[in-house]
Design a protein around this ligand. Structure first.
Ligand code: SF4
Ligand code: SF4
Length: 195
């Protein structure tokens, strides 16, 4: 009967949690007095103020890469949108004013609430026009669904920030805005979304 009520498992879980709690509380208290320093207590990363060092293969938020003249590299071929299992990439193609370039994305949007960060769009792109090497997390906060839809300008601005200020700049901007309680900057989708 007790087994059917999952009572042993519940008690076992409570015992494990209590054991870890008492152990960590004791060790942290001893460490305060300079004792038992050789025995590490569990440490929680206080994200976003503290961050782990991400591996080079970390899949961050998307960015659209740029040509040397700063224009978007994407040719609006729709391969990324077709490969996307979450159907969260929306592209509107337009004729490019330069006759040498066939098409370009008039509109390119990623709904990050639907995205599963699988990287299939990056794999599918034939011209290296989309990457997920920003080392930045998706937007951390927002107040309505539109806040999490990243338009072409945001995705391009990330490439500019990455080129000009290096791989930690985007995350630093996000953290500064988060601590100040402000909206995030344009490269993170802040000033470009409608409130
Ligand atoms: S990472 Fe995956 S789910 Fe997200 S936009 Fe790319 S293909 Fe779609
Ligand atoms: S990002 Fe790449 S795959 Fe997607 S539409 Fe542009 S060129 Fe095609």
């Amino acid at each position: 009967m007790a087994e059917r009520l999952y009572l042993p498992q519940v008690l076992e879980g409570v015992a494990v949690t209590t054991r870890h709690f008492v152990r960590n509380l004791t060790l942290h208290t001893l460490h305060l007095f300079g004792l038992a320093k050789d025995r590490p207590a569990a440490v929680t990363t206080q994200y976003p103020e503290q961050r782990k060092v991400y591996s080079e293969g970390f899949r961050g938020a998307h960015r659209l890469t740029l040509k040397p003249d700063g224009s978007v590299r994407c040719t609006a071929c729709f391969l990324c949108a077709t490969a996307c299992p979450a159907r969260c990439i929306n592209i509107e193609a337009g004729e490019h004013p330069d006759p040498e370039v066939e098409k370009y994305p008039v509109r390119y949007e990623i709904d990050t609430l639907q995205c599963i960060y699988c990287g299939m769009c990056v794999e599918a792109c034939p011209c290296d026009a989309i990457r997920m090497d920003t080392f930045v997390h998706p937007r951390l906060w927002g107040y309505q669904r539109e806040d999490f839809v990243e338009p072409k300008a945001v995705l391009m601005e990330r490439s500019r920030v990455l080129q000009e200020r290096g791989r930690d700049a985007l995350m630093e901007d996000m953290l500064r805005a988060y601590q100040a309680g402000e909206d995030v900057g344009p490269a993170l989708g802040g000033e470009l979304t409608q409130r």
